[in-house]
Design a protein around this ligand. Structure first.
Ligand code: CLF
Ligand code: SF4
Length: 497
């Protein structure tokens, strides 16, 4: 059965009902969902802020089910060296910041953005995140934004910077209506910074050691203060480096909150000798999933946390977790492209309707729950296969990413995502890949998918993981809550997985 299992990116101009049927596999007749909680939605912030983030996939967890971003790699120059970065490294299968396959001029980038906007109606944000520093390589960043916003005025402009050069461009940022800026802040303490940054280039000088980190810290705090004062939403990214800044990130979280950051995104260090980075070559490891979660959990109550980051390449295209960049390399982008706004307008219209429908389902479900969390109750972890739209709409064998939710009597919360190679290759299952998926799902006893074959279902069950496809095309949170209620009502010994 394949009805409804479409790639979101393949959707073109269509009626609202067509879009609904494409994503859900059902007619637009409302949902059967029952219970859940929510995060990063309109209930969590004032209406004016919600209006600014509701279509930004990184600033709203809810939005990342519906909207896509693209990065254009126009800014290769950088003014600092991070021990986790090597901008020379390229691999089309590698998804992490700084990695790109082709660098673009602003004119090429503008052409590419228009081509993508015509093909991917979910596109809402153009980000510049390297491969160097968008604020240091400012002339190219600014020219790219100017060219694109002249043609697509409603696209959100977003940039990512280490903060060293950003104060020099604050007036430009405001004048250009750049509403979202990410600052990477890994430390407040220069002693810790000296273990992360060997040098910086500032004010025509190369600085090293403690002096470099002291100046970088001061400029990062100045950037944050200026951006907040000028009304720009700031997300702070921090790279979690075990043994260097793990304990320190709680302090960073509290300080960036105090200074007015909107979100804090704590990301795991990606480290591998093959990447040729200092940390990779010296054996500095990244955190385990449990270590990352422990630091994130410790920060609860401080700055709001982003947990759905996918550590995108600097030329990523598509929904978060998707990378369709290879479909839009410059040799595939026509010399002449004309922007057609119809597909994006139809998509927004559909999303507005879908969001209302989903919220109604969530509210109904929450009203039906309302129980207290029992003492000692451990939340149930549930993995979900989805292609977006907030629905369980992907076959198990096609999933290369599992979204992990936790649920208890207080509701359903998105926790993180875990990646593994997809089980099905060319129509057949791969046992080695299934073993990898089982390892990836360690500690997660339930997986929800749109469909699964008997063989992988049995192997998962043997590993203690119940695969459920009876919630195919339902909204995620209500389905997760329904599974929780069933498992709570039926002791494990009486269930057949
Ligand atoms: Fe790009 Fe960053 Fe803007 Fe998003 S990414 S510049 S805020 S549009 Fe998003 Fe990608 Fe994580 Fe960045 S998932 S790496 S947080
Ligand atoms: Fe690399 Fe970004 Fe660090 Fe520059 S600021 S060295 S581009 S990670």
């Amino acid at each position: 059965m394949t009805a409804g299992l479409v790639t979101l990116g393949s959707l073109k101009v269509a009626s609202r009902d067509d879009l609904s049927q494409s994503i859900t596999g059902t007619e637009a007749t409302g949902c059967k969902a029952t219970a859940c909680g929510s995060s990063g939605g309109p209930a969590d912030m004032d209406p004016a802020t919600w209006a600014r983030v509701k279509d930004h996939p990184c600033y709203s967890e809810e939005a990342h089910h519906y909207f896509a971003r693209m990065h254009v790699a126009v800014a290769p120059a950088c003014n600092i060296q991070c021990n986790y970065c090597n901008r020379k490294y390229d691999c089309s299968n590698e998804s992490r910041p700084g990695v790109v396959s082709e660098r673009l001029t602003p004119e090429q980038a503008a052409r590419k953005v228009i081509a993508v906007a015509n093909e991917i109606p979910q596109l809402s944000v153009l980000g510049i995140a390297g491969p160097g520093d968008a604020a240091y390589d400012w002339r190219k960043t600014k020219e790219t934004f100017r060219l694109v916003s002249a043609q697509i005025p409603d696209i959100k402009l977003c940039l990512s910077s280490n903060g060293l050069a950003l104060p020099d461009h604050i007036d430009d940022l405001v004048a250009m209506n750049i509403d979202h800026v990410t600052l990477t802040i890994n430390m407040l303490d220069p002693e810790i910074g000296a273990k992360i940054y060997p040098w910086i280039f500032h004010d025509h000088q190369r600085l090293t050691g403690l002096e470099a980190s002291r100046v970088l810290h001061e400029r990062q705090m100045l950037s944050l203060d200026l951006l907040v004062a000028r009304g720009i939403l700031v997300k702070v990214n921090s790279v979690l480096i075990p043994g260097i800044n793990d304990a320190h990130l709680l302090e960073v979280n509290r300080e960036v909150k105090r200074r007015g950051a909107f979100l804090h995104n704590i990301m795991p260090l990606i480290s591998d000798p093959d990447h040729g980075t200092h940390f990779g070559l010296t054996g500095q490891r990244g955190p385990t999933a449990a270590e990352l979660k422990a630091v994130q959990d410790a920060c609860e109550g401080g700055a709001n946390l982003m947990r759905h980051c996918r550590q995108c390449r600097a030329d990523a295209v598509g929904l978060l977790g998707q990378d369709r960049g290879q479909e839009f390399t410059m040799d595939l982008v026509p010399e002449q492209v004309t922007y057609d706004p119809a597909a994006r307008a139809a998509w927004r219209d559909w999303v507005a309707h879908e969001r209302e429908d989903r919220r109604a389902a969530v509210a109904e479900a929450e009203a039906a729950t309302g129980a207290e969390v029992a003492p000692q109750e451990q939340p149930l972890l549930v993995a979900v296969c989805t292609q977006g739209g907030g629905r369980i709409n992907q076959h198990f064998g096609h999933a290369s990413e599992f979204r992990i939710y936790e649920v208890d009597a207080s509701g359903v919360r998105f926790v993180t995502h875990r990646r593994a190679d997809n089980y099905c290759t060319g129509g057949a299952g791969d046992e080695n890949r299934l073993a990898q998926v089982i390892r990836t799902l360690e500690g997660v006893p339930v997986i929800l998918c749109a469909r699964i074959g008997d063989c992988p279902r049995d192997d998962l069950a043997a590993a203690g993981i119940e695969a459920i496809d009876t919630h195919a095309h339902d909204y995620i949170e209500p389905a997760v809550a329904a599974v929780y209620r069933v498992r709570k009502a039926a002791p494990a010994a009486t269930r057949t997985a």
